[in-house]
Structure formats: C-alpha cells, structure tokens
Design a protein. Structure first.
Length: 101
C-alpha cells in the first residue's frame, strides 16, 4: 500500500504527468531553432532548381535535394545545439536537480 502512495505522489509532483504542458512551453524554442534550417533549405533548393532549368530528371532532382539537405543541416548545426541545451536546461530546472529519465 505504501508503494501506491509513493506512485501517486510522484505523479502529482510531475514525474510522470505534465509532459504535454512542458512540451507546449518548449515549443517556441523548437520552432525558432528550426526556422533557419527550413528557410535555408527552401531557398537554396529553389535557387538550385531554377539554375538547372525546367527539365530536371528525377536523379538530378534527388541529388539536388540531398545535397541541399546535407548543406543546410551542416550550416545550422549550431542552432540544433542551442535547442538541445534549451530543452535540457528547461527539463532539469522544472524538475529541480533530479536527472531526466
């Protein structure tokens, strides 16, 4: 019976419960750090495809898309690092000094 009380109190303290509200709180940081990747990928992909002309084969189109994705991911890696640090910091501060499960 004591185990049930411990489990109930841990849910009330937020160990298993508030993941939805915590994720909503972190959503602006995720969106802001994803925007540079998405915008650069759209702009670079459309620019390269315009330079290639209207008749691009499937293989060349696929190579262009893959190259654009790799380049944009490489250029925006610092934003991913910032996002990860924000998410880790906010999860440890919301739970105190306890590790994230």
């Amino acid at each position: 019976h004591d185990d049930d009380d411990t489990w109930d109190s841990s849910i009330q303290e937020g160990y298993a419960g508030n993941w939805f509200f915590e994720s909503i709180e972190r959503l602006p940081a995720v969106i802001i750090t994803d925007l540079p990747y998405l915008l650069s990928r759209i702009a670079l992909n459309s620019s390269i495809l315009k330079l290639q002309g209207p008749t691009v084969g499937v293989g060349r189109y696929e190579a262009t898309v893959v190259f654009t994705a790799i380049l944009c991911a490489f250029l925006t890696t610092p934003f991913d690092v910032v996002r990860t640090r924000i998410l880790i910091d906010s999860s440890t501060t919301s739970r105190g000094s306890q590790p994230v499960p």
